[in-house]
Design a protein. Structure first.
Length: 209
């Protein structure tokens, strides 16, 4: 019997699905915390700190899991060797690790360690935080200072003007008194007594000043 055309050509090989392989070859992107378009500043640094903290915690969990698995494997091997040698291993206890016990003892001696381990603990930074300055406080202080200086200059100017007016008034009064004293009497003689009194009063004021 002659082979058919399909038998001659053979069954076609199905196309391989390489999508899974391509996806596995793609580089895995790291996780992100918060939006990626944040500008440089406080929020971006805060997100970076959170990301580093999460990475450190994940590494710590991995190390702990590896250590726990290694301890279980070591114990299983020790139990197998003990069974071969006919020894009886002590049963595992719930006592904490010596390092953990030391930390517990330190916390019992120093209560501040417990407070610092509390997530809500922020130390003395909250109590020692400087009070926030009011907006435009410097501008307001500068404006008040300029206003006080202008008021002082205005008062000094008014006082100087008052003294100047008083001196002019006194000078005019002295001029009139001297003119009156120098005026001759009925017989045309100068009034020396009145003139001397005016001069004496002027001298007294000059000495008093």
């Amino acid at each position: 019997m002659a082979p058919t055309a399909s038998e001659k050509t053979g069954s076609k090989r199905p196309a391989e699905n390489n999508d899974g392989e391509k996806m596995s070859k793609k580089a895995r992107k790291g996780f992100t915390v918060g939006p990626s378009h944040l500008p440089d500043g406080t929020w971006k640094r805060k997100n970076q700190q959170i990301k580093r903290s999460l990475i450190d915690k994940a590494k710590l969990k991995q190390d702990y899991a590896k250590l726990q698995a290694r301890e279980e494997q070591d114990r299983a091997e020790a139990e197998a060797r003990a069974a071969e040698e006919g020894l009886v291993l002590p049963a595992p206890t719930a006592a904490p690790h010596p390092d953990r016990q030391n930390l517990i003892d330190r916390e019992a001696e120093d209560p501040e360690l417990n407070e610092k381990r509390d997530p809500s603990y922020r130390g003395d930074r909250r109590r020692q935080r400087r009070p926030k300055t009011a907006p435009f406080e410097r501008e307001q202080a500068a404006a008040e200072k300029a206003k006080a200086e202008a008021e002082a200059r205005r008062k000094a100017h008014e006082e100087a003007e008052a003294q100047r007016a008083a001196r002019l008034e006194e000078r005019e009064r002295f001029r009139k008194a001297m003119a009156k004293a120098r005026t001759g009497g009925k017989n045309g003689q100068r009034k020396l007594g009145r003139e001397s009194n005016v001069l004496l009063e002027k001298v007294r004021r000059m000495v008093a000043q």
